[in-house]
Design a protein around this ligand. Structure first.
Ligand code: FES
Ligand SMILES: [Fe+2]
Length: 339
C-alpha cells in the first residue's frame, strides 16, 4: 500500500506545457496541463462519463474536452459542458490534486487536499541554489520504488556495481553510521585516505589520495539526497576537492513500476559544459547499472514462492529504518481513514 498523504514528482517543470500529459502515480491516472496563466493543473485522467482517458482529448482554453463524447471539465474538475444537454449531473466531475512547482519539479499531493502542506516537500534546494549547477534526468524502472530507496541508502553496492565510475574497494571496507531523526534517516560513511574513484578523477584534478564523504538523507516516502565530497587526504580543502549533491526522488507508478527522477548538482567548475556532460553521462550509465540489478531483483522477488524470509546484513540498517518509517506512516494513514 502506498503513502497517499505525500508529495510526489509528476514531472520536470519545463515538461508540462499547453498540452495534456498523462502520468500514473501510486496506481492513479492523472492528466496534467498548464493554464493560460501558467499554473499547472492535475486532474484524474478518467472521464466521469465512460471512463475514457481525458489526456487523449483536447485542451481548450483552460478546460479539458474528453475526446470520446465531448464532456468538458474545468481546472477544478467541474463539468462545464455536456454536448446535447443543458442539465449537468452533480457527479459529472473529477478530482483535482494540489500542485506545487519547486526545485525544478512539479509536485502533486496524492492524499487528502486539506492535509497538503508545502513544507513537507523534500528539501532539494541545491537543484536551484545560486552557485550550484545541476544536470539530471528521469529513468523508467520496472521495479518497486523501495528497491530504489534501498539501493540509495546502502552505497556498499558501489564497490560491486559501479567499478567504472564511483565504486572503489574502500567503500565496502569502511563502516557506516546511521541515525533516525523524526521521519528522516541519516546515513554517513567517511572513507579516509583512499584513491579517488574513476569519475572523480575525470572531472576534477585530484592528486593523490582523498578523504571521501557520503552523507545520505532519506525523507519519506522516497527521496534521498547524498552530499558527496572528496578532500585531498587529511585536509578540509574543498578548493582542491569535489562536492556535489546527488538528489533523488522516486515516484511509484504502481507496485512494480517507478519513475526515478535524479539530479547531480555541483559547486565547482560551474561554467564548464564539458564537466556537466561527463557527469551527466557517467551518472546515467551508473544508474542504469543499478536499474539492471533492480529489475532482475524484482523478477526474482515476484517469482519466489518459497516464503523464505530475506536474510539481513549490517549494511541494511539505513534501508530497514527507512522502510519502517514508511510502514509507520502508511499505518497511521489507514488508521485515520478507518476512524
Ligand atoms: S467517455 Fe468522456 S465524454 Fe464519454
Ligand atoms: Fe548505485
Amino acid at each position: 500500500m502506498f503513502l497517499k498523504n505525500s508529495w510526489y514528482v509528476a514531472g520536470w517543470s519545463n515538461e508540462i506545457q499547453r498540452s495534456l500529459t498523462q502520468r500514473w502515480i501510486i496506481g492513479e491516472p492523472l492528466v496534467l496541463y498548464r493554464t493560460q496563466a501558467g499554473k499547472v493543473v492535475a486532474l484524474t485522467d478518467r472521464c466521469p462519463h465512460r471512463r475514457a482517458a481525458l489526456s487523449k482529448g483536447n485542451l481548450i482554453g483552460d478546460t479539458v474536452q474528453c475526446g470520446y463524447h465531448g464532456v468538458t471539465l474545468d481546472c477544478s474538475g467541474a463539468c462545464v459542458a455536456i454536448p446535447g444537454q443543458q442539465q449537468i449531473p452533480p457527479s459529472m466531475k473529477v478530482r483535482t490534486y494540489p500542485v506545487v512547482e519547486k526545485w525544478q519539479w512539479i509536485w502533486v499531493w496524492m492524499g487528502d487536499p486539506e492535509a497538503a502542506d508545502e513544507s513537507l516537500i523534500p528539501d532539494f534546494r541545491y537543484n536551484s541554489e545560486p552557485g550550484w549547477v545541476s544536470t539530471g534526468g528521469c529513468i523508467d524502472v520496472k521495479a518497486n520504488y523501495q528497491l530504489l530507496t534501498d539501493n540509495l541508502l546502502d552505497l556498499t553496492h558501489e564497490t560491486y556495481v559501479h567499478t567504472r565510475t564511483i565504486g572503489t574497494n574502500e567503500i565496502v571496507e569502511t563502516p557506516m553510521t546511521q541515525r533516525v531523526e523524526g521521519n528522516e534517516v541519516h546515513v554517513q560513511r567517511i572513507i579516509k585516505n583512499a584513491p579517488p574513484p574513476p569519475l572523480f578523477s575525470r572531472v576534477r584534478k585530484l592528486e593523490g589520495n582523498i578523504d571521501r564523504w557520503q552523507v545520505i538523507r532519506f525523507q519519506p516516502p522516497a527521496s534521498v539526497t547524498i552530499d558527496a565530497r572528496a578532500y585531498p587526504a587529511g585536509t578540509d580543502d574543498l578548493e582542491r576537492g569535489l562536492r556535489w549533491f546527488s538528489v533523488n526522488t522516486i515516484t511509484p507508478v504502481d507496485a512494480r513500476t517507478s519513475k526515478y527522477y535524479w539530479t547531480i548538482t555541483r559547486c565547482f567548475a560551474q561554467d564548464d559544459a564539458e564537466v556537466t556532460k561527463t557527469i551527466h553521462d557517467s551518472i546515467y550509465t551508473t544508474f542504469m547499472e543499478d536499474v539492471e540489478v533492480l529489475e532482475a531483483q524484482q523478477i526474482m522477488i515476484d517469482t519466489d514462492d518459497s516464503m523464505k524470509a530475506e536474510v539481513g546484513v549490517r549494511a541494511d540498517g539505513g534501508s530497514v529504518a527507512a522502510r519502517r518509517i514508511v510502514e509507520k506512516l502508511v499505518k497511521q494513514q489507514s488508521t485515520a481513514l478507518a476512524s
